[in-house]
Design a protein around this ligand. Structure first.
Ligand code: 26M
Length: 822
């Protein structure tokens, strides 16, 4: 009611209307007749923000009053996606906002589409951090996420002539109503220079680090509200700037252009997100970014801890710090530096605090993706940290040598410093040595970690290891992205499942209800029709909503095997060419995903998908039964539109290579059935949904390793499988590339003579499995029944379950409900 509810806190339709008009006037300086859609977006965003602020302030107050352990999530990436819709869902006012705007002659969807998403991550790892922030708030757990406020997020992808071209992501160009700059919260960060040691008058050893550059980190805070709770946590991202004193110094010495240069160097540190690729090591700026955000974050946490009146030695009672992969692992050395050099702790006392504070999550088994820093490069950026790492390593190896009976191989595998033509720092080893807990992100991944890359660490400290299977937030990935399915589910089992995803189980008893089956199929068809419209708008390709929507959306990588998928497309196409009357169940193949700009083979795969699409889509013999779509610029915004329309989810990585996958969970929760290998979380998805509802193919991780050690010869599969041979020959002969037989040479050669990722070995098994998919899809009702059972059994894959496990088993933190006073 307008009279009693404040215009900045009220949640009813009338108050929202009033507040939107008020913000339109006082924030945008506009009145309705001249307001643009963006003006209305901003007015609505500020209306939502006002309501967040009330809960945010209450949460911070509550945390500071009591003694609670706070989770600190350190991540170089947060792939948040657009805030507006999500905040409306979590505040429980989506319907009310829709109604308010409707009464003002506006449409909420239009405004939601105005938001430019913050793409501050590459893919799975960054999106996981965003889902975890949602679940921490929803579970009412005190938490801070720390990261970098990149001015440019992941590049935007466009497709020209079938090739990927990159453009910068200037996501802040229209301002950001979701953050608050906290100029008063800033820290000076040293970089480069040299270190001196001396003994002071009291006979104590002292260390002075004289940097050659100081940058300032300024906090930018974004509120993260939980679903239908008051808890609103903080995502604190650091922006780099020149310290205030800087221009001053240079101005006084009259060196104006040097002052400007120094300012630019400082600002560069948080300028751009690095896309994952092989050339990322050896980048000084990347190491500077990692250290910059880690040091700001640790100084911030220590400040919070000490202001609570606590002793520095008890730091771990205030914070549990999670390292999201090794990107923030330099935190272990920085914590030691702060404790020993700045707070005068003895080494052993500092080490005790450090090793009770940090826990480390590994996200990849790919050896080329494990972070290593050349020692000279490291010393040039962090001279003091190199000394500290050497000291950590010396003490650690001293201890280890006894335990492994001097086994040199084990010692060098556990060493934080690698030897070779050049010495280097192994960040995973630093993370393991300095953490009290180490986890993988799916059951299979954790087992493989223990047996392969972290084998010697597991032998040394098995008690540190555990599995925490990934999960995704049902708020963004179901309620927000698929409101029709959400409503249908809730009409049968109520709304509790949104916070207790296991309750989806209750859908099972409706799997044979004809009316429910029909409604289920209607929703899917409607979502497919909507996606078909977007596809035609974006790519000019017309697709049939009645066809199987066969979807592979994720970063483009050889281990994810988008090229295996395209070999299947070519195989179906060839069946039609060989017999135009052949029975083919109509399919729409949707691909989307970015290739790292420096990753040649991945870019070639994109070109191949588009080339095959060009031929298949226009061939009259196909009669529209097959369509191949590459949907450009895959990001959170586009993902939300694609998942709800999927019939079939492609999770076809080489077994043992995909740590977990999370797109597999999102697609399945939206009713898609999975075709997949026994890789990552697929294994657990299949266990949950039942093998009869999962299309399994391919070698197991163990078989992959055995095949390789027995001397795998991909050429053998090429020679002995006529359909495979034809498909590969067509690609190399230029059948799909206007007779240009040079374009795909590198791709074909790598498949024929190396095939690291076993594409040819798994080809026939994949095609056979796809034939079973087509057969199953012919019975629409049976398919719908499988789809319902599949969703009903996916409750495990909520990020709420993952976060509960982290809280109980690693962080030992409890929830702290937040109350609003007044
Ligand atoms: C390496 C070389 C070339 C291109 C990319 C890489 C590369 C691969 C993996 C770099 C980093 C990688 O790991 C980080 C990552 O994003 N891992 C993903 O984390 C998700 C969340 O846990 C998992 O679901 C994914 O399976 C995993 O790949």
């Amino acid at each position: 009611n307008v009279l009693v509810e404040d215009a900045r806190t009220g949640l009813d339709v009338e108050t929202l209307k009033k507040a939107i008009l008020n913000n339109l006037f006082y924030v945008q300086g506009k009145y309705p007749e001249i307001a643009t859609r963006n003006d209305y977006y901003m007015a609505l965003a500020y209306t939502v923000r006002d309501r967040l602020l009330q809960r945010w302030v209450a949460s911070v107050k509550q945390y500071l009053e009591g003694k609670h352990r706070i989770v600190s999530y350190l991540s170089a990436e947060y792939l948040l996606g657009p805030h507006l819709g999500n905040n409306l869902v979590n505040l429980g006012i989506y319907k009310e906002a829709e109604q308010a705007l409707h009464e003002m002659g506006l449409n909420l969807d239009w405004l939601i589409e105005k938001e430019i998403e913050p793409g501050l991550g590459n893919g799975g790892l960054g999106r996981l951090a965003a889902c975890y922030m949602d679940s921490l708030a929803t579970l009412e757990v005190p938490a801070i996420g720390y990261g970098i406020r990149y001015q440019f997020g992941i590049f935007e992808q466009d497709i020209r002539d079938g090739w990927q071209v990159e453009d910068t992501d200037n996501w802040l160009r229209r301002g950001n109503p979701w953050e608050i700059a906290r100029r008063e919260i800033s820290y000076d960060i040293k970089l480069g220079g040299y270190v001196q040691h001396y003994m002071d008058r009291d006979g104590k050893f002292r260390t002075i680090w004289t940097p050659d550059l100081i940058v300032k980190g300024v906090a930018y805070d974004t509120p993260i509200v939980g679903y239908k709770v008051n808890t609103t946590n903080t995502l604190r991202l650091w922006k780099s700037e020149a310290p205030n004193s800087f221009d001053f110094q240079s101005f006084n010495s009259g060196d104006y252009s040097n002052a400007v240069n120094q300012k630019i160097i400082c600002e560069n540190i948080s300028k751009v997100l690095y896309p994952n690729d092989e050339t990322r090591s050896g980048k000084v700026l990347r190491l500077q970014q990692q250290y910059f955000f880690v040091s700001c974050s640790l100084q911030d946490m220590i400040g919070i801890h000490l202001r609570q009146g606590e002793r520095i030695e008890d730091f771990q009672t205030t914070f549990a710090v999670q390292l999201n992969d090794t990107h923030p692992a330099v935190a272990i050395a920085e914590m030691m530096r702060l404790l020993v050099d700045e707070y005068d702790l003895e080494w052993v006392d500092a080490w005790r605090v450090t090793t009770r504070t940090f826990a480390y999550t590994n996200h990849t088994l790919l050896p080329e993706a494990l972070e290593k820093w050349d020692m000279e490069l490291f010393a040039s950026v962090l001279p003091r940290h190199l000394e500290i790492i050497q000291e950590i390593n010396r003490r650690f190896l001293d201890e280890v040598t006894v335990r492994v009976y001097g086994d040199q191989e084990k010692i060098s595998s556990l060493s934080i410093i690698g030897e070779g033509p050049r010495r280097y720092i192994k960040m995973a080893n630093l993370a393991c040595a300095g953490s009290f807990a180490i986890n993988g992100v799916a059951a299979l991944h954790t087992e493989l970690l223990k047996q392969t890359v972290l084998k010697d660490w597991y032998a040394l400290s098995p008690e540190k290891f555990s599995n925490k299977t990934n999960g995704v937030t049902p708020r963004r990935w179901m309620v927000l992205s698929n409101p029709k399915l959400t409503e249908l589910i809730s009409s049968k089992i109520g709304e509790n499942w949104i916070k207790h995803l296991d309750e989806l189980k209750n859908l099972e008893k409706f799997a044979d209800d004809p009316e429910f089956l029909q409604q289920w199929m209607d929703v899917k068809l409607e979502m497919k029709t909507q996606l078909a419209q977007r596809i035609v708008n974006r790519t000019n390709i017309k697709v049939d909503p009645e066809s199987i929507f066969d979807i592979q959306v994720k970063r483009i990588h050889e281990y994810k095997r988008q090229h295996l998928n395209i070999l299947h497309v070519i195989t179906l196409y060839n069946r039609i060419k060989q017999n135009p009357e052949a029975e083919i169940v109509p399919r729409t193949f949707v691909f989307a995903g970015k290739a790292a700009p420096g990753y040649k083979q991945a870019k070639l795969i994109i070109k191949l998908i588009n080339s095959v699409g060009e031929i298949v889509n226009k061939d009259p013999d196909v009669k529209g039964r097959l369509k191949v779509v590459f949907y450009p610029n895959y990001n959170v915004t586009n993902a939300q539109k694609i998942y709800p329309a999927a019939d079939l989810s492609e999770q076809i990585s080489t077994a043992g290579k995909e740590a977990s996958g999370t797109g597999n969970m999102k697609l399945s929760l939206n009713g898609a059935l999975t075709i997949g290998t026994l890789d990552g979380a697929n294994v657990e998805i299949r266990e949950c949904v039942g093998e009869e509802n999962f299309f399994l193919f391919g070698l197991t991780a163990e078989e992959v390793e055995n095949t390789k050690s027995d001397g795998y010869n991909p050429f053998h599969f090429y020679e002995n499988n006529p359909n495979l041979k034809l498909a590969l020959d067509q690609i190399s002969n230029g059948y799909f590339s206007h007779l240009d037989d040079t374009i795909f040479k590198d791709l074909i050669n790598s498949l024929l003579y190396d095939d690291q990722f076993m594409v040819l070995a798994d080809y026939q098994s994949y095609v056979d499995c796809q034939d079973q998919v087509a057969e199953a899809f012919k019975d629409k009702v049976k398919w719908a029944r499988m789809s319902i059972l599949n969703v009903a059994r996916m409750g495990k894959f909520s990020s709420d379950r993952s976060i509960r496990e982290y809280c109980d088993e690693i962080w030992k933190v409890k929830s702290v409900p937040v109350t609003l006073n007044g």
